[in-house]
Ligand binder design. Structure first.
Ligand code: ADP
Length: 262
């Protein structure tokens, strides 16, 4: 198995007193589906955003394809970001533009500023945009404005925009936190399929433990900025869940002690 991503002693401090990550170490293999779980404020979002440097880690090393992303220059960073697709809780689409135009935005990282500003895309890119929209079941929505879509459809556009980048890895920051259970299931199944059939590594932050258990090859549990679990879904006993969630665990369990769906 080849390691694609590795955190070595990564810490992140905001201001003078908020330690969001403390000495985080873990590795992700190529083609793995990894969920990062933990209570609110644990550092999940910070951890994910340090990978493509949307947030700058304070210390340590983050290796992607054997390169320390914390030490690369601006040009290398632009290239790195084409290889890492990002999916957001609130989709980050341009609402007044069509689905098709939003997907093509995923190619901007490959273009000069001028070609990007002028919206010049090749025929090949347009064919590819249509292809990814088909994979995501959006062929009927291609020319709709994004503000006419449901939340679940918007998130599928977000995934299409990430896929057209030809990424090696997808980072998904709470991709289903704004969606109902049905739309959430559709999104998680697309992500799982993308990982299994295209071999794209997926790292996803999730608040819902039951969802993480169902779809992941591996789970990383974070509490107060440190990794307290790194292992299989099967190995995540109630005791270990308690270690991750502390008193918040009760809210995640139903009256029979099972996990609440959704
Ligand atoms: P999670 O995604 O698990 O909810 P976050 O990574 O968003 O956790 O936050 C981890 C900690 O860092 C929290 O204490 C949060 O308040 C703090 N934090 C996050 N972003 C900032 C920021 N931009 N400035 C200051 N503190 C922040």
């Amino acid at each position: 198995m080849t390691t694609l991503l590795e955190f070595k002693h990564v810490s992140k401090q905001y201001g003078s007193d908020t330690k969001a990550l403390s000495n985080v170490n873990f590795a992700v293999n190529e083609g793995e589906f990894v969920s990062v779980i933990g209570p609110s404020g644990a550092g999940k979002s910070t951890l994910l955003r340090c990978i493509n440097r949307m947030i700058e880690a304070s210390s340590g090393e983050i290796l992607f394809d054997n390169k320390n992303v914390l030490a690369i220059n601006k040009k290398e960073l632009k290239r790195l970001r084409t290889r890492i697709g990002m999916i957001f809780q609130h989709y980050n689409l341009v609402n007044r533009l069509s689905v098709f135009e939003n997907v093509l935005h995923g190619r901007l990282g490959y273009k000069s500023t001028l070609a990007g500003v002028l919206g010049i895309y090749t025929e090949e890119e347009k064919v590819k945009a249509y292809g990814v929209l088909q994979i995501l079941g959006l062929e009927e929505q291609v020319y709709k404005r994004c503000d006419q879509l449901s939340g679940g459809q918007k998130q599928r556009v977000g995934i299409a925009r990430a896929l057209i980048q030809d990424p090696k890895m997808l980072l998904c920051d709470e991709p289903i936190a704004s969606l109902d259970p049905n739309a959430s299931k559709v999104i998680m199944e697309h992500l799982r399929n993308i990982c299994s059939t295209m071999g794209i590594t997926v790292v996803v932050n999730l608040h819902q433990v039951d969802v993480a258990l169902k779809y992941s090859d591996r789970i990383i549990g974070v509490n107060k900025g440190t990794v307290v679990y790194d292992g299989t879904p099967e190995g995540l006993t109630k005791e270990r869940l308690h270690h991750i969630y502390g008193s918040e665990l009760d809210e995640l369990l139903d009256s029979n002690g099972g996990l609440n769906a959704g």
